[in-house]
Design a binder for this molecule. Structure first.
Ligand SMILES: [Zn+2]
Length: 270
């Protein structure tokens, strides 16, 4: 018995989060965290489909692990759900809409905000961090480069009182390889993606905004407003390498056709 434990420990020590996981994760829910209507797709695909409108999904992902609930991204602010026409963003180029609140979706699953013990966000654009303070006690995992990235207004990107763990690279959240934050800078300075190893579904990479829809992934297109084009391309390649190694699916947060085809609560992936 002792020898077996030692062997497992050594394996994990040598291979880090790349070791096959003990799969403490057992549920992944795709939550509706809003909707984005844009007047011009080429905002994300320079020179392609110029002037053509596009609809984007905006998901949050709720993960249950034996050690607790973990939330990936927090979406458009719940307050937007009270505005039937949504709110305009990016100088009128986008309309952000919420059909339901994150608080309500969690309640529907019998999960209280206080049950969520940790959160990670892909990056600090407003369609991903809108409900951080619904979870004032939850540990936030974010890259140091994102946390410290100066905002246009000069205001801090997060409530300075919010518990935070600043990362400089990848992080195996629960220590068993089942939920791993992957550093994928480029869209923003400290952008990150998430590898989830589910017992039945297998490995899934949650894109964040490393890519916005499948056609951009297939053609390796980089939105003109990204922070760093070369880093974005390197991060896309990094995700492709992880997908090949893990035989992983890529779930693209803003790809509405893909999202429309996914299970919705109370259904989940296991
Ligand atoms: Zn986004």
């Amino acid at each position: 018995m002792k020898r077996g434990l030692f062997a497992v420990a050594s394996f994990a020590a040598i291979f880090g989060w790349q070791a096959a996981s003990a799969a403490g994760v057992d549920k992944l829910y795709v939550l509706d965290c809003g909707h984005i209507a844009a007047v011009d797709q080429s905002r994300w695909s320079p020179g392609v489909n110029v002037g053509v409108p596009i609809e984007l999904s905006d998901n949050c992902y709720l993960i249950h692990h034996a050690q607790g609930w973990f939330l990936w991204d927090t979406g458009i602010p719940d307050a937007v759900a009270a505005l039937p026409d949504g709110v305009k963003g990016a100088n009128g180029a986008l309309t952000l809409i919420r059909a339901k609140t994150l608080a309500g979706e969690l309640q529907g699953l019998g999960v209280k905000p206080a049950d969520i013990t940790s959160i990670a966000v892909s990056h600090t654009h407003p369609d991903h961090i809108g409900n951080m303070e619904l979870f004032p006690e939850a540990m936030l995992y974010v890259q140091k480069a994102e946390y410290e990235w100066p905002s246009e207004s000069g205001a801090p990107r997060f409530n300075p009182k919010h518990p935070v763990t600043l990362l400089e690279g990848d992080r195996d959240v629960f220590g068993d390889g089942s939920v791993v934050i992957i550093s994928t800078p480029g869209h923003t300075p400290g952008h990150q993606s998430l590898l989830v190893r589910l017992p039945k579904t297998g490995a899934v990479v949650l894109s964040g905004d490393a890519v916005h829809f499948k056609d951009n992934w297939d053609n390796r297109r980089v939105p003109s407003f990204n922070f760093n084009k070369e880093e974005t391309l390197a991060s896309m390649q990094r995700i492709a390498d992880i997908m090949a190694r893990e035989h992983a699916q890529l779930w693209i947060n803003h790809d509405k056709p893909q999202t429309d085809g996914q299970k919705k609560p109370p259904e989940f992936y296991d």
